[in-house]
Design a protein around this ligand. Structure first.
Ligand code: NAP
Length: 393
């Protein structure tokens, strides 16, 4: 539970960016699933848009507060942090818009969570704000959506099925049928165009992060291969997810003395795998050239995203193969529309978990597995996501 008591702050949860695509889905989820007595507010830069959103929420938005705040005004970020036990933000690209709010939460002791899949941002906030958050007791939890909840909690769940105190390996294989929003596209393009800054932030983090003593936790990039254990072509996925899994393994002894995680997209047909790699390469190249980047960002505007019909048909499955101590286990995390419906669910349930669950005492920059682990798995299962053991050998 948040270490701030209900009397410390007027709201349990403030949702910043509520008028955006995922923000509005998260507000709908919270309004429909809020536990009795939840004190929460929606926040954004336009009071008018916030009023419209509130009126459209289940129950007419009764009892939901409104807070105006703009990332261009750091004092308004401080006000958000001072009004909430838990601040949840969907205002991205985070590397562009996110830092002042993390700083305000770290400084005032409010718990913070976001949907960032941007390694540069996460590494920078570690270097700049982890120490202060540890002093105030604030938990800073990034990547609380499809990036990286199913992968982080899936690896955590898989480790729990394996013996203790032995070297462990876990491979994750992601399959999904879904499309993305303007906000996600903008964040991805922005990240692709900042390769040098991303590497510099990772190096800076490595200089500040304490060495792991007496244990190893690695997330090496795998090589493309046919993975007969899942019957599909496995293509390494260079997302933030393996970095997050590695951080959970560093923090938790249960991952054993020598842990290795590899992260793949699983594709049934070889031409699809080759096409996917080529398309990603083309997007990466285009993002380096400002005119091409602007042309691409005009194709899908912020605030736009897949409609309810498309989202209803979308799905994801992440299969894990874990090995260690003579045991092999196959597990799966699965659900509906990964980027939006399920991301809003994972994000809202993470905020509720930080606010109300009895969690291990942690502070500073922590992953979803470290901050919330079993409590969040339980919440997500109740909310309809699958966490299952498919087979053991
Ligand atoms: N982890 C995951 O799996 C996952 C999944 C989906 C999305 N995401 C990430 O989540 C973020 C949001 O995505 P989205 O599709 O919801 O984007 P979006 O529709 O463009 O929403 C962005 C939000 O930011 C707000 N905003 C922009 N500039 C602002 C400012 N100066 N001050 C205050 N608010 C400002 C917008 O407010 P207005 O409404 O006033 O414009 C809007 O509410 C992106 O970074 C995306 O990559 C992550």
């Amino acid at each position: 539970m948040s270490r701030l008591s209900r009397t410390d702050r007027p709201y349990d949860i403030v949702l910043f960016g509520a008028t955006g695509f995922v923000g509005a889905l998260t507000a709908e989820y919270l309004a429909a699933h809020a536990p009795e007595g939840l004190r929460w507010a929606i926040a954004g830069r336009s009071g008018q848009k916030l009023e419209l959103l509130r009126a459209s929420l289940p129950g007419g938005g009764e009892g939901i507060g409104l807070l105006e705040a703009d990332v261009a005004d750091p004092a308004s970020m401080r006000r958000l942090a001072e009004h909430a036990r838990v601040v949840a933000t969907t205002v991205g690209p985070y590397v562009k818009y996110g830092e002042d709010l993390v700083a305000a939460c770290a400084d005032t002791g409010a718990d913070y969570l976001d949907l960032s899949g941007e390694p540069e941002f996460v590494d920078r906030t570690y270097v700049l704000h982890d120490a202060r958050a540890r002093e105030t007791g604030a938990r800073l939890v990034h990547a609380c959506g499809f990036d990286s909840v199913p992968h982080d909690l899936g690896a955590y769940f898989t480790v729990q099925q394996l013996p203790e105190d032995v070297p462990l390996t876990v491979d994750g294989f992601v399959t999904a049928d879904a499309t993305f929003s303007g906000g996600t596209f903008a964040s991805a393009l922005n990240q692709f165009s900042r390769g040098r800054q991303m590497l510099a932030a990772a190096r800076d983090r490595a200089r500040h992060e304490p060495r792991l003593m007496g244990r190893r936790a690695l997330a090496p990039t795998g090589t493309p291969r046919f993975a007969k254990e899942v019957g599909a072509w496995a293509v390494p996925l260079p997302t933030i997810d393996p970095q997050i899994v590695k951080r959970s393994a560093r923090a938790l002894e249960r991952y054993g003395p020598d842990f290795r995680y590899r992260h793949y997209a699983a594709v049934r047909h070889l031409p699809v795998a080759v096409g996917g790699v080529a398309a990603m390469g083309a997007l990466f190249t285009a993002a380096q050239l400002p005119p091409a980047r602007h042309w691409l960002s005009d194709r899908l505007k912020p605030g736009e995203g897949p409609g309810p019909e498309k989202r209803a048909k979308s799905w994801f499955s992440v299969r894990f193969v874990g090995e260690g101590g003579g045991r092999r286990v196959f597990t799966e995390v699965a659900g509906g529309d990964p980027g939006y419906g399920e991301t809003a669910k994972m994000f809202a349930e993470s905020a509720l978990s930080l606010a109300f669950d009895d969690l291990p005492p942690t502070a500073g920059q922590v992953t979803t597995a470290v901050a919330m682990g079993d409590a969040l798995i339980e919440r997500l299962r109740r909310a309809g996501l699958t966490f299952r053991v498919a087979a053991t050998r």
